[in-house]
Ligand binder design. Structure first.
Ligand code: PXL
Length: 274
């Protein structure tokens, strides 16, 4: 017990998977939390290990349901939490376990990165997971950050242009009630990486010049984690989105190269290379 809690940074939880190389998932979330000055903790839902001998496909192992529930019980009993970020949940069973824990308390901010597809999963299993996520987790979200593919899936429209992305953001808001930050990333043609923010009133296009034309691992995780960190510190949703976009752009600019065929976001890279 301590009576100095008021000076501590806000505790921010990520419920996410481990991606063993650290580019995405819980590792990216925790680095983002650290950089943005919140106290990050994690409940692990699954372990993903790329397979270098098989085109870097994802080998996916879910954490036992009881172990996920135990982690969340320990965390939720230890800290008064207001903000949670949800990353890869991965199976319908995990979605049920996480939904039950989420519903056991009130939240100010539930930031959902609706990770829909994990390569290496059976398509059937992935479809079940997508449906369970939409039915059971999306209604609990206050802020959702779909990428291009996820925005198409959640909105039911195909997205080629910025106007399509705006329409998708409106549809997803209408379906979920959540603030939407729909990411065009490198997938909308043109010189800029455009994301669309829509909260039911304000629609804002967040735009930065593209850095290369290949997606970088961990960008989505980092963006949603940065939104969660900023909301936990009391930022408005729009300011959280703006800061998160700047943070992830900086991380992409300073990205980590490796033997893998994709680069990874480097959170705080600008600071540490000074
Ligand atoms: O970037 C999506 C993502 C999220 N979480 C985990 C992942 C990945 C993609 O590889 O492995 C654990």
């Amino acid at each position: 017990m301590s009576n100095t809690q008021s000076s501590a940074p806000p505790v921010t939880l990520t419920i996410a998977g481990s991606e063993a190389t650290g580019g995405a998932g819980a590792q990216a979330d925790l680095r983002t939390f650290q950089e943005l000055g919140v106290y990050g903790i994690t409940a692990l839902t699954c372990i993903v290990s790329f397979d270098p001998a098989n085109e870097w496909q994802h080998r996916f192992v879910p954490v036992d349901q009881q172990v996920i529930a135990d982690q969340l019980e320990a965390i939720q009993t230890t800290y008064p939490l207001t903000t949670v970020k949800l990353g890869m949940l991965g199976t319908p069973a995990t979605i049920d376990t996480v939904a039950t824990s989420l519903k056991s308390q009130e939240w100010d901010n539930v930031v959902l990165d609706p990770v829909l597809i994990c390569k290496g999963q059976e398509p059937g299993a992935a479809l079940d997971t997508d449906q369970a996520l939409t039915a059971k987790i999306l209604p609990l979200a206050t802020f959702v950050t779909p990428n291009h593919f996820e925005a198409e899936s959640l909105s039911g429209i195909s997205i080629r242009t910025l106007e399509d992305l705006k329409e998708a953001a409106r549809i997803i808001h209408r379906k979920s009630g959540a603030v939407v930050l729909a990411k065009g990333g490198v997938r909308i043609e043109g010189p800029d990486a455009v994301d669309v923010y829509f909260d039911g009133e304000t629609l804002e296009v967040l735009s930065t010049p593209k850095i290369g034309d290949v997606a970088v691992s961990g960008a989505g995780c980092t963006l949603a984690a940065a939104v969660a960190a900023e909301l936990a510190k009391g930022a408005t949703p729009l300011d959280a989105a703006r800061t998160a976009k700047e943070f992830v752009t900086e991380g992409i600019r300073n990205r980590v190269t490796s033997n893998a065929p994709f680069d990874a976001v480097r959170q705080g890279g600008a600071r540490s290379s000074d």
